[in-house]
Design a protein around this ligand. Structure first.
Ligand code: SER
Length: 585
């Protein structure tokens, strides 16, 4: 079975069970300052677990593109990837454990025809925060899973979320497939990562919210959040113990690396896997407009590309080679993701440029390392500053040499020279949408005011290209050939503050995208919308409004809650795009 057949069967199955198929959200969370990437399909759904109504209903399903950087060190094994697709189905306060588990069992055994004797299950063992999940175990037993194949594990294994520090989370029951690999010990069990069991599906029962004090309190509604990795499950269905052997996902990519290096996958498995994984992730990131840099998402893209270049060096590839690998990724995924083909030139250019930048200094940097001898925080910073070695890359080289870098010393050096990169704070990788703080909500509504104000002052060619909000400021990218003049800037900020002073109500309605457009709502992320959308209107009535825009929320109830704001900076970021920053006055 190909990966696309799996995706199709999954979505079809849940559609027949009353779920609406929603589009995959962007890899870069919109309006969520606390995380760099969408790490799971539940991520964009957090407000709906908390009780907000989803326009597509209470039963949802999709194939979500995800990116996780916390697994990066494990990339190189058979099942971990930075970028991956995750199939999911969700109940927003609708069905609960029984229906969720039964659906999973039916899909696995009847649609995918997996032998139930190959399945092993884990359930939450219980602790002071939540009871043992015997309910799930009983459901599994009723379905014919023997007791000895059901394992109770602690929070570390059988609890998911919150995606950030606070927010929805709960016990989960995980479904493993037994591969036929030998037991690693007499206590070998699912979750050991020894290869005997592969986790293919996770059903999370999101019934708690973790508070900032670390308490778990019941949510208003019981939600189900499930996730199934497309790479892993397709491998299992094809009897493969290695995801990278799945032909339709990795075949062409692995072949490209073989042709470039003249080496075989069997002999240089780790290098092949890392290059393939990192360039797949890089292609999808570049397709979302991420540019390699020293901060945030850009830094991750830089790390991925530079790490791939270094592993290419290990394969003794002499010339730039990433273009061919990126091309193979685009070819493999363009049918499912047509934007990759549309943006082919930009994607390749971004990856090539970063490869070239780094290739020029990689060799020198590696020679320097030979001279340096003992690597430490101080010279790791020197390598970063002089040769563009991401810290993590130097750490990896240090590890190969049995040395360790003190991150604190590196950070101190960094701070001495520059503003400390935000990415250095590991918290960024873990955050979550659950932090829809007041400030973030206020700035979110401000983006709508800004968008409308820009169109009124500059004209209707203005369209939003992206936005990013922290509790301190909002950043807004839009199409416009030139920076704004002082007068234009003043006109835009006056217009925004005027609406804020007017105390305009913010109203939400649900309708089809077509209807929204007919009503004059702005909508610029066309293909990402589902059948039903939410339209936010800022103004006194449906005919007398300042802004009408398709958006997921959350927003303030009236504009006066925002308080006066000011434009603190603008910059031209290239490609006919201008960026504006707004903060509170
Ligand atoms: N959020 C859960 C996971 O990522 C289920 O989708 O495993």
């Amino acid at each position: 079975m190909t990966s696309r057949e799996l995706v199709e069967k999954y979505l079809q199955f849940f559609k027949e069970k009353g779920h609406s198929v929603i589009p995959s959200a962007s890899l870069i969370p919109e309006n969520d300052p606390t995380v760099l990437f969408t790490t799971a399909g539940m991520h964009p759904l957090v407000p709906y677990f908390l009780g907000e109504e989803h326009p597509a209903g209470k039963r949802l399903t999709n194939n979500q593109i995800c990116l996780r950087t916390d697994d990066i060190d494990e990339v190189g094994d058979t099942t971990h990837h930075t970028f991956f697709e995750m199939l999911g189905n969700w109940s927003l306060g609708d069905y609960w454990k029984e229906e969720s588990i039964k659906n999973s069992f039916e899909f696995l055994t009847e649609v995918l025809k997996i032998n139930k004797d190959k399945l092993a299950i884990t359930c939450f063992a219980g602790d002071e925060d939540a009871p043992k999940d015997t309910e799930s175990a009983e459901i599994w037993k009723k379905l014919g899973i023997p007791e000895k194949r059901i394992y109770f594990l602690s929070k570390e294994d059988n609890w998911w979320g919150p995606a950030g520090e606070t927010g929805p989370c709960g016990p989960d029951t995980e479904i493993f497939f037994e591969t036929g690999e030998k037991s690693c010990s007499s206590n070998c069990r699912p979750g050991d990562n020894c290869g005997r069991f592969v986790e293919i599906w996770n059903n999370v029962f999101m019934q708690y919210a973790k508070t900032s004090e670390g308490k778990y309190i019941p949510l208003k509604q019981n939600n189900v959040d499930t996730g199934m990795g497309v790479d892993r499950t397709t491998a299992v269905l094809n009897g493969l113990a290695d995801d990278y052997l799945v032909k339709d996902l990795w075949g062409e990519i692995i072949l490209a690396i073989k042709e470039i290096s003249g080496k075989d996958y069997e002999d240089e498995t780790k290098a092949f896997r890392i290059i393939a994984d990192h360039i797949r992730a890089s292609v999808f990131l570049a397709a979302e407009g991420v540019i390699p840099g020293n901060k945030l998402q850009g830094y991750v893209l830089r790390r991925l590309i530079r790490r791939a270049v270094r592993w290419g060096k290990k394969l003794k590839i002499a010339k730039p080679f990433l273009e061919k690998v990126a091309q193979a990724v685009i070819n493999s995924y363009k049918k499912a993701y047509p934007t990759l083909k549309e943006k082919e030139k930009e994607i390749i250019a971004v990856i090539k440029e970063e490869e070239n930048k780094f290739s020029q200094t990689l060799e020198k940097g590696l020679k320097e390392i030979e001279k340096i001898g003992e690597l430490d925080g101080k010279n790791a910073f020197f390598l970063y500053e002089t040769y563009g070695f991401p810290l993590e890359l130097t750490e990896e080289i240090a590890l190969d040499r049995g040395q360790k870098i003190n991150r604190k010393v590196f950070a101190e050096e960094f701070a001495k020279h520059k503003n400390l990169s935000k990415t250095a704070s590991a918290g960024m990788f873990k955050g979550g949408l659950s932090d829809a703080s007041e400030e973030v909500t206020q700035f979110h509504t401000t983006t709508h005011l800004l968008h409308a104000a820009l169109r009124k002052v500059l004209g209707n060619h203005i369209s939003q290209k992206g936005s990013n909000i922290t509790s301190e400021r909002l950043r807004f990218d839009f199409s416009h050939p030139e920076k704004l003049t002082e007068e234009q800037l003043k006109a835009v900020s006056d217009l925004i503050n005027e609406q804020i002073t007017k105390k305009l109500p913010v109203k939400v309605e649900t309708m089809s995208l077509k209807e929204a457009k007919e009503k004059g709502a702005l909508a610029f992320f066309g293909e990402k919308y589902g059948e039903k959308v939410k339209v936010y209107t800022i103004g006194n009535s449906n005919t007398d409004f300042f802004s009408k825009e398709v958006c997921g929320g959350p927003h303030v109830e009236d504009t006066s809650e925002i308080g006066r704001v000011r434009i603190i900076k603008q910059e031209k970021i290239g490609g006919g795009v201008v960026r504006i920053y707004i903060a509170k006055e």
